[in-house]
Ligand binder design. Sequence first.
Ligand code: HAM
Length: 431
Amino acid sequence: MFKTLPGFREFYPEDCARKNYIFGVWRRVARTFGFSEFEPPVLEQLDLFTEKSGEEIKSQLFEFTDKGGRAVSLRPEMTPSLARMVGAKAAGIRRPVKWFAIGENYRYERQQKGRLRAFFQYNADILGEESLNADAEIIALLIESLRGFGLTEKEFKLRLGDRTLWVCFLESLGVSESQITPVLSAIDKIEKVPAEAFLEMLSAAVGGAGLDVRGLAERIGNFIKLRDVDSMRSAFGPCGAIEERIDGRIRQWRELLEVLDRLGVGSFVCPDMGIVRGLAYYTGFVFEAFQTVGTGRALAGGGRYDNLVGKLGYQDMPAVGFGMGDVTVSDLLELVGKSGCVPDVPDVYFVIGSEKARPKALEIISSLRRGGLKVDYPLKASSFGKQFKQADASGAGRAFILGDDEIEAGVVKIKSLKTGEESVKNICDLA
Ligand code: HAM
């Protein structure tokens, strides 16, 4: 017997209905924000991810050498491919670029609840716009994409952090430019590992730089706890040359929160310096949406990444976006009873009274289908009783019945499968 591989799902029709419902909400909401859909390839040159996504993703790649000897990988995320696609057309592209995509990604992760090796992800990104209004638009789209399922502030929140402010803070503590990315990736793990393991990661990140690692860890531990803009400012105290940068950033924080209020999503947003994000390319505001019921898992994550397009060798272009996974969203909808999907059922089950009536029945069925109705019918001769059982099991709302008598009278009998009510309709009116 063959089993599915660990972390891979198979979708039976009812699972597909659930998945398509989720994708439908995502597509509808993205379009209301003026986003257009795009699709990157599933398989890419390995370097696209090893160089751009950062250490964690690197260890999770589904990579191999193809028959042409190329080092390739299934995509673990879509952002580097998007950056390449936009970069390649940068000269002629209408800006801001507002694109979304829904597709399967692959990460060789340890399988656990909410984390699989193959998962669908909805991505939405704005490229070519550096103002805070783009960050606000992306955050609002993320929140509205979850509200589209009927989810509320009681069920999820968005934690908003800031790599720019982290960089200022780490610089003020003497961390050098080249140490900042590894220090931020250690900070990203702080909530997930024991204190000693964090200290080890931190000392590897600043290795031999003459910094007091325990003191640094303590200051970081306090900065992580900041949950409002006033305390973010006061955490710095007087700080000389970078004071102006910090004040400017604090003004941007206030402006962003104000725009988010205007967009009607402010009540979902919690400033939180504990969010730094694991991927290496983020440069500014970063955020994660978490469910606030059940296990509190991450539903989506994203942020600003202004250098990625340039790092791929194209003209620099500011960018901000998010990715939202189907696994945790689907589990959350189930948990709170808002799965709301409609199973794939026919509108009509067509009961064929005799094999003599079948040719005429097929003509009518095909014209009903062309008219947009979903119609199912028995593929072989069977009794009325069996056909009505099939009709009930199919979930159809109505049965259309055509036997020899109906053909003679030029009608089809219509029976509601919910109330049992019957009526007749002329065949020519049906067409
Ligand atoms: P990410 O945080 O790696 O970001 O993933 C975003 C979301 O994808 C997560 O919050 C989670 O819902 C889902 N996800 C990630 N890994 C798995 C997994 N193994 N199993 C199930 N779901 C998973 C990114 O991927 C960025 N590229 C997002 C982005 C777009 N940033 C800017 N634009």
